[in-house]
Design a binder for this molecule. Sequence first.
Ligand code: FES
Length: 61
Amino acid sequence: MIVCSCNNINDRKIREAHEAGARKTKDVFKHCGTKPQCGTCIRYMQADLNKLTDDMQKAED
Ligand code: FES
């Protein structure tokens, strides 16, 4: 599913960025070699990152 339509960033790319250490949206854009444009996706992208971090921490417990 596309999360950032301006930069064609989907949930798979966000997961890859998270696995590479991204915890903030700016890290995802950097990982993808892009920059935020309209900003509409920021809230959703950060929610995705937070969920991935929560899931990772639960898996470690
Ligand atoms: S939808 Fe992500 S910057 Fe526009």
